[in-house]
Ligand binder design. Structure first.
Ligand SMILES: Cc1cc2nc3c(=O)[nH]c(=O)nc-3n(C[C@H](O)[C@H](O)[C@H](O)COP(=O)(O)O)c2cc1C
Length: 363
């Protein structure tokens, strides 16, 4: 085919690069703003810590906890075992999980096993497929349906990552036509469509556009956790050359770009639901704060990846710790169940408050 560039080895190799950089380097930047969110203490909670109910519902399915294993990996044979461990955790604890971008396996079906393993290990879990919005625009419903059937998914997440694309040497820099592609998928898809950012956050304006397109849930993917500007800067640094040197400084300049998770969450939750809060959530206390600000689920990526790479036991212990912390925060807020925590009151201070006042006060 004239002009056809086979990006398969590039896509698959990039998946392994990302995994290695995220495991080895310091790639978190900034703060999601949860230190500005102080839950109101209930001195007379009238509930039993040992009976706090973490179960919840999301897109018609029951989950044992609002902890959501955010999209991370698959797409290279070297990623299969991490996905296996994450899927086992999803099955064991009744958690929802989103796989990493399935682009590499859609380009090269030999890589499908690194994703299929997730459904094999988590036959009962709520699983979301994952595709970039540019691939959706360029390949349409066919790729979306193949991604869903590859893991018998309950939903499909379409990721928005234009900051990363702008800094990747091989990135897609043309975002035109993406909204129409999203709306067309929402019309045709047999499973609910979730739209997700990957670390720069979603504004109220973008959220309204997404609901208008027909998405069924929004994952805000806010700033203050894993930074894709930092990850791509490390990648560029590891492959020196004229263009890459420029990309290292571009990545460094834009490490601060994005809407902090706590702010993005308030913006998006004011426009509709359900909302997944992802980006820099590092404890069960952060989860409790996010629920009080309007989150339905709380996505965690990097900490689960790092523990999964250590051992499955370490991953399971981390999940149990998150649950223990969440239960404690709920108990001290006087919330016996997730619906109560979503009504919990919080004081918002500092920069988060300033940013939210700025939004309420208009431009
Ligand atoms: C190693 C790694 C790979 C990721 N790959 C994807 C991906 O393929 N698709 C996607 O939508 N998000 C991807 N993400 C983004 C996460 O889903 C999440 O939005 C982001 O990392 C913020 O969460 P965190 O601060 O808890 O890491 C990835 C994150 C990590 C750490």
């Amino acid at each position: 085919m004239a002009g056809f560039v086979d990006k398969t080895p590039l896509t698959s190799g990039r998946k392994l690069d990302h995994l290695r950089i995220c495991a080895d380097e310091e790639i978190e930047r900034g703060s999601p703003g949860f230190e500005d969110v102080r839950l109101v203490h209930s001195a007379l909670p009238e509930c039993d810590l040992s009976r706090i109910d973490l179960s919840t519902r999301f897109l018609g399915q029951r989950l044992n906890s609002p902890l959501f294993i955010a999209a991370m990996t698959g797409g290279h044979p070297g990623t299969t075992e991490v996905n296996r461990s994450l899927a086992r955790a999803a099955e064991r604890y009744g958690l929802g999980m989103c796989v990493g971008s399935q682009r590499a396996a859609l380009e090269n079906p030999r890589l499908e096993e690194s994703f299929r393993v997730v459904r094999e290990e988590a036959p009962h879990a709520f699983l979301s497929a994952n595709l970039g919005i540019v691939q959706l625009r360029d390949h349409g419903l066919d790729w979306a349906e193949r991604a869903v059937s590859m893991i018998d998914a309950d939903a499909i997440s379409i990721h928005l990552n234009f900051l990363q694309e702008a800094i990747q040497p091989e990135g897609d820099h043309d975002a035109t036509g993406c909204y129409d592609a999203l709306a067309a998928l929402c019309m045709e898809s047999k499973v609910p469509v979730i739209v997700k950012e990957t670390g720069s956050g979603i504004s109220a304006e973008t959220a309204r556009a997404c609901w208008g397109a027909g998405v069924r849930a929004i994952d805000i993917g806010g700033w203050g956790g894993t930074s894709w500007a930092a990850v791509e800067a490390f990648r560029a640094e590891r492959s020196p050359g004229h263009q890459e040197t420029r990309l290292v400084s571009l990545g460094a300049l834009f490490e601060d770009w994005g809407i902090p998770t706590a702010v993005s969450l308030c913006e998006v939750a004011s426009t509709g639901s359900p909302v997944i809060a992802t980006g820099g959530i590092r404890s069960g206390l952060d989860m409790a704060r996010a629920l009080a600000l309007g989150a339905d689920l709380c996505g965690v990526a990097l900490p689960l990846l790092k523990t999964a790479l250590e051992s499955e036991d370490t991953l399971f212990t981390r999940i149990e710790t998150l649950h223990r912390e969440l239960s404690t925060a709920m108990f001290l807020s006087g919330s016996a169940k997730i619906a109560d925590q979503k009504r919990a009151r919080a004081y918002i201070t500092g920069k988060t408050r300033q940013m939210l006042e700025h939004i309420q006060g208009g431009k």
